[in-house]
Structures are given as C-alpha cells and as structure tokens.
Design a protein around this ligand. Structure first.
Ligand code: URP
Ligand code: ZN
Ligand code: ZN
Length: 497
C-alpha cells in the first residue's frame, strides 16, 4: 500500500528508546516503524531523508498564554493564536494547551471557555487544548466543572495564589480542589505568596527602588517556597487531591515537592527554560533593558539553575514547559514600557507586565544544552505533558496505529555548526527574545503535524496553514495513574480529618 509520508535513515528517540528506524505515515497516523532504510523504496507520496538526524515526537507545550488579558492594565499578551502557534510550530511544538481565562467579574467558566474557542478556531498552526483559568470560584463556576471535564474535554485548570486580579484565598483554593477532585480535573497552581509580594513591593518603592531588577527582590524565593508548601498542605487536607506546581524556579520549593512525592503524595511539578538559561543578572541591565526578562517567578542564581537541571534529571519535575506569556518591549501602550514616564525614567517594576516569550525557543535551547539524556528530553518536553494532560498516547509518542504523526526531524549532530539565536529568526509577534545572541547547536529541520509538513527550515519556513490545527478534547490525566490512587483513597471525608 501507499504511504503519505516516509521518513528514512533517521534515529528515532522516544521517552524510552533511541533506535535507527524508518517511520511511515498514513491518514495522519504513524502506521509503521521499521529497520533503518527498509522503507525508503516504499510507494509514498513524500520521502524525507533524515540521514543521521534525529526524529522525535512533536513537542507538547501545556503552559502557554495566548491573547490573554493583561493583569497589569491595558490590552493583552502579545501573541494571538495565529502568531503564537506559528512560533510554536517553527520551534518543533505540535500541540499547545493554552489558558481560557475567567475574569473575577464573570461567574461562568463555560462562558470563558466559549470566548476562548472563538479566538482559536481556524486560527492555529498546532493542535490545541485549553485549561480553565479560574479566578472566580463561585457556586456557579464550581457547578460547571462536571461539564468541563465530561463534555468539553477540559480536564485541567489553573489557579493563582498571587496577583490581585486573580489571587484566591486558601478557602477558595480548597473549594476548587475538592470540586476538581470529584471530576478528575488536575489543578495547576501558581504558588507565590501574593500578600508578601505586595508588602515587599511597598517596602521597595518606599525606599525608591524602582528599577526592573527589584522585581527579583520583590519575588524573593521564600514567597515561592512558602506558597508551594501551603499548596501541598491544602492538597493533603482534601484527601490528597492531585496538584501540579507550575513554573518552579528555586531549590527550596523543589525540595519541598520532592519530599511530598517521596511521601507518596500526588504532587507534580513543572519548570521552564527561563529557570535554566536566565539569571537575576539578566534583570540588572542598563536603563530599562532588564524588563525584557521580567517574569514570575523571576530568574534566580546560577546555583539555583543547577538545582533545577538536577530536578529535571531526577524526576522532581515532570515537565519542561515554556510559560510563553509575551509582552512587547518597545510598546508604551500594552507592552513592557507602560510604566515609563519622566518621573520614573527606569520605570516602576511593579507595573511591568510579567511574562516572556519562549514557545519557539523551548525545544532548541533544551536540545542544544545537552544536559539531559535524549530520552529525558523527549519525556519532559512531550511525553509527560501528553500523559499529564490526558493526550497520551495520541500525542507524545510514536506508537504505530495509535499515535498521531506529529514529528520533529532534527539535523545530524554538528551539521549546522553554531546557530546564533536572534529575534529575527523567530516567528512570534514580539519585538525581542530574552535569549538574543545565544549559540545553539540544533534546530527543528521539519515539524510535522498529523502527517503534514508544517515547518521546513530549508524549504520555505512555515509552510502549513493556520486552519490545520484542531481542538483536542482531553481525557483525564494518566501520569503515574494519579486518579487510581485517588480512587483508592476514597472520597473526601470530614470524619477522617
Ligand atoms: O510571568 C509570568 N509567568 N507570566 C505569565 C502568567 C503566569 O503566572 O504564568
Ligand atoms: Zn503562573
Ligand atoms: Zn504562565
């Protein structure tokens, strides 16, 4: 029979294996893996010779903010679904799960979801799903969780322990966890203590310390480790409800997570490239330049980076996600410069929108760093994300007859020499990258989504079209069989407290 696509002579890497194999694709699925070179004479509509290069499952990035209202004033984050997913595909990511934001003024989460569907429909180069961002966990919103998970295919949500516009109190967090537990919904938690942040910000401003680098001081590591500890405690109170600590940046929080995992609690964690490749020195640049690296939590120290790499290698972190949440730099309307004025020539760090771009650079930076086994790279950037968010084995794997043909073909080691990362090679709608000038050793040569070449670095760049991405209804999480453990535990029981 005839295939739609054959990739020959490459070295396939999954979360568990590295082997020279040919890959055949038909009707959007992987249909065969066979010894290297054995499929090159097959009847196929297209043949890609990946001689000496690597073939991995497409990247799965489940921490992405697209077209989200800014919590720092006017406008929204810089990338639309179109430009954000265009950037994703050029960097080897074939699936994103982005946030459907519920504002505090809205009582329905289903309305928030419907609004976000409007933004993404026919406007995505990647397959995509949504997490609900719950800012107002009122009775109506909680009552809608069941429909979210069972009908809408939304099996995860995010809550915040900081930011005035989004912060939940501990009692609200418990209500969300309990209802999430009843519906097998995974709760992602932004763990920073918002009250301490507000207090430190007042102290710094009273001392006239306004420059971008003081964003780092205002987000001292203790804010994160305290809130992480509290989130873990709240999860355990509600009969061990699974949670995922997002964007973990510092070792004390990582240690607390590790201890909870060792004790058998269903605690998951994610880190991001900014905690591996940036430090607090990047916030301390002349003038207002440091604003380019303002995100929360902030980049920490070189020693902390080492601890975060260790946590990725040893399994403390299941995920390496981008937390792509860009704001343009040279944009006084809705960008980083909204807080510049004659009175405040270095701006006021408290008003700099938090977040940086990284959807396209996540895989190239991590792949080039060579600080993890290749299998671990695939595990934390693709397979675990698919498992944790209910997309496995359709996504994140290369199982014939089962997995979508979402693939990245990389160059052979050394074939590109050094690539210099500059903003003009990127495809987002942002006027800078925090990684300007970095040297990279590899870049996705082809990105393939459900059998279709979407990115061809040497043959036209982004060659797919923006209506090819499909909405993914997600199943409940399967990583480490987390809901089986909860089942065993039985329902939350007040008598057992
Ligand atoms: O600075 C960040 N991370 N901005 C994005 C929003 C969030 O908290 O993930
Ligand atoms: Zn966050
Ligand atoms: Zn985020």
């Amino acid at each position: 029979d005839e295939f739609d696509l054959v990739i020959t002579n490459g070295v396939c890497v999954t979360a568990t294996d590295v082997a020279p194999l040919d890959v055949a694709v038909k009707d959007e699925k992987i249909v065969r893996l066979a010894p290297s070179g054995s499929l090159k004479a097959s009847r196929t509509k297209r043949l890609i010779d990946a001689e000496g290069g690597f073939v991995t499952p497409g990247g799965v990035d489940c921490h992405v903010h697209l077209q989200e209202p800014s919590m720092f004033g006017k406008g929204s984050s810089a990338d639309t679904y179109e430009t954000g997913t265009r950037s994703a595909i050029a960097g080897g990511t074939t699936t994103v799960v982005a946030f459907a934001p519920q504002q505090k003024s809205l009582d329905s989460v289903l309305t928030a979801l419907a609004n976000t569907h409007e933004l993404a429909r026919d406007n995505s180069y990647c397959d995509y799903g949504f997490h609900l961002l719950v800012a107002n966990p009122c009775a109506r919103a909680l009552s809608e969780f069941q429909q979210l998970a069972s009908t809408e295919g939304v099996t995860s949500l995010k809550i915040y322990m900081t930011y005035e516009a989004l912060q939940l109190r501990d009692n609200e967090i418990l209500s969300v966890l309990l209802e999430a537990r009843r519906n097998s919904i995974l709760t992602m938690i932004h763990a920073e203590n918002g009250d301490v942040l507000a207090w430190l910000t007042e102290q710094l401003e009273a001392a006239k310390l306004f420059a971008p680098k003081y964003h780092g001081h205002s987000h001292a590591p203790i804010l994160e480790s305290e809130a992480t500890n509290r989130a873990i405690a709240l999860s355990s109170l509600v009969a061990d409800t699974p949670i995922l600590l997002v964007h973990v940046s510092e070792p004390a929080a990582a240690l607390r997570i590790r201890a909870a995992q060792t004790a058998g609690q269903p605690i998951f964690a994610e880190t991001c490239p900014q905690y591996l490749f940036l430090t607090r020195d990047d916030l301390d640049q002349p003038g207002f330049e440091g604003a380019k690296c303002v995100c929360a939590p902030p980049p920490r120290d070189a020693e902390d980076q080492k601890a975060i790499w260790r946590g990725l290698r040893n399994g403390t972190f299941a995920l390496l996600s981008s937390d792509h949440c860009p704001f343009r730099f040279d944009d006084a309307e809705t960008g980083k410069k909204t807080c510049l004025s004659e009175e405040y020539p270095v701006g006021r760090f408290r008003h700099i929108p938090n977040g940086i771009p990284g959807i396209e650079t996540r895989l190239p930076l991590a792949f080039s760093a060579r600080k993890m086994e290749m299998t671990k790279f695939v595990e934390v950037t693709s397979t675990n994300a698919a498992k944790l968010y209910g997309l496995y084995p359709r996504k994140g794997s290369l199982i014939p007859g089962v997995s979508d043909a979402d693939l990245v073909v990389w160059y052979p080691d050394g074939a590109l020499g050094d690539i210099t990362l500059t903003n003009d090679i990127l495809h987002h709608d942002v006027d800078y990258t925090p990684y300007e000038g970095r040297k990279l050793q590899n870049w996705p040569r082809f990105t393939i989504l459900r059998g279709r070449v979407m990115w061809d670095r040497d043959g036209g760049g982004v060659v797919g079209d923006k209506s090819y991405g499909e909405f993914l209804k997600r199943q409940k999480s399967t990583l480490n069989a987390i809901w089986d453990t909860v089942q065993e535990e039985g329902p939350f029981d007040l008598e057992k407290l």
